[in-house]
Structures are given as C-alpha cells and as structure tokens.
Design a protein around this ligand. Structure first.
Ligand SMILES: [Zn+2]
Length: 104
C-alpha cells in the first residue's frame, strides 16, 4: 500500500507529518480499524481485532489491539470512523502509525 504525495507545494493541510502533503513516509505494517477516541490533538486511538493462535486448543481466539495514530487535518478522522493506518517513523512516545485514509 503506497501513499501518493501531492505535487503542488501550495496545497495541502500544512501538517509536515501528513503522509500526503508533508514529508512523512510510510512503510512496514498496515491495519484497518475503528477510531475509538479522537480527544487528543492530531492523534486518534484505533482499535482492531486480530486472531491469536492457542496451540493447546488448536484454535484461534480474538484479541483486540489499540494503537495511537497520527490524524492529519486533511483526514480529520472522528470516533466511529473506519480507517486504514500505516506504520511510519516514530512520531512520539506512543505514536508510530499514521491514518492514511477513511474507509467508507
Ligand atoms: Zn494532508
């Protein structure tokens, strides 16, 4: 999944940590999840489910993970939105992901 940069320097949201308008590049892992908190400035908490294998029972169990992700002004995801997040460089002590798009 590649994030396309916008060429026009004048346009954009003015956030240098925006994957589309700024200089932030994405790499590594990507997840789809739901925003459960948008109360921080330019940061959202995204929750998603993953399957964890339990060898003893030879079955999977559902586990949920919560990740802090950077929320650029041009995306401005709100609680309840389904979003795609992607790994980037570490932006703060708890943030190393960025919201790259809202999903319908
Ligand atoms: Zn932007």
């Amino acid at each position: 999944m590649k994030v396309m940069k916008v060429k026009d320097e004048g346009a954009g949201c003015g956030d240098r940590n925006c994957p589309v308008h700024g200089t932030l590049s994405t790499r590594g892992r990507a997840f789809e999840g739901v925003v459960v908190s948008d109360r921080m400035a330019r940061t959202v908490t995204v929750e998603f489910e993953r399957m964890h294998y339990v060898p003893k029972y030879e079955r999977y169990e559902r586990r949920t993970s919560r990740i802090h992700a950077h929320n650029p002004p041009c995306i401005s995801a709100k609680a309840g939105d389904r979003v795609r997040i992607m790994e980037c460089r570490r932006l703060s002590r708890t943030k190393s992901f960025v919201v790259i798009e809202k999903l319908g």
